[in-house]
Write a protein that binds this ligand. Structure first.
Ligand code: 5GP
Ligand code: ZN
Length: 138
């Protein structure tokens, strides 16, 4: 088993586990962007969010929702940024689905999700919406 998160899920290598259930394990990121930076991972090895079984996707988001409040409260944070790097092109370094939950405080120096992007677009909204609707219906 070479996947680092599979090895954590399997108890083969240590991690600061903060919660677990039948479908997921949540543990502290070893290189936290902030105190309380948690990763929620499905037990099943799946690289991309679109490849998760529907039940596993449901369970993953339930765990994220269950932990968002406790993570914020435990760190006395004002909120949390919750995100997924989904695919190598996005900066995903571990090819096993994981949701980042990162506590946030006023003036912590981090931006919103919007700050990741230079806001470069070339296509009209209706054209883009049509393309996505077609793909989603297929
Ligand atoms: P990504 O860039 O793929 O969205 O995030 C992967 C995250 O996994 C990084 O924030 C990194 O610090 C974390 N990480 C990588 N290896 C380990 C590990 O062995 N243990 C833990 N707890 N976190 C890890
Ligand atoms: Zn894995």
């Amino acid at each position: 088993m070479s996947c680092i998160f599979c090895r954590i899920v399997g108890g083969e290598i240590p991690a600061e586990v903060v919660a677990s259930d039948l479908e997921n394990v949540a543990f502290l990121d070893v290189q936290p962007l902030a105190d309380g930076h948690v990763l929620v991972v499905p037990r099943a090895h799946v690289a991309a969010i679109e490849d998760l079984e529907p039940a596993a996707a449901d369970a993953l988001f339930r765990m994220v929702q269950r932990l968002a409040g406790p993570v914020r409260q435990a760190l006395d944070a004002a909120g949390t940024t919750i995100g997924i790097n989904n695919g190598g092109a996005t900066g995903q370094t571990v090819p096993h689905v994981h949701v980042h939950i990162i506590p946030r405080w006023p003036d912590d120096g981090a931006g919103s999700v919007h700050t990741i992007f230079p806001r470069h677009t070339t296509r009209r909204l209706p054209d883009v919406a049509t393309a996505i609707r077609r793909a989603a219906a297929a």
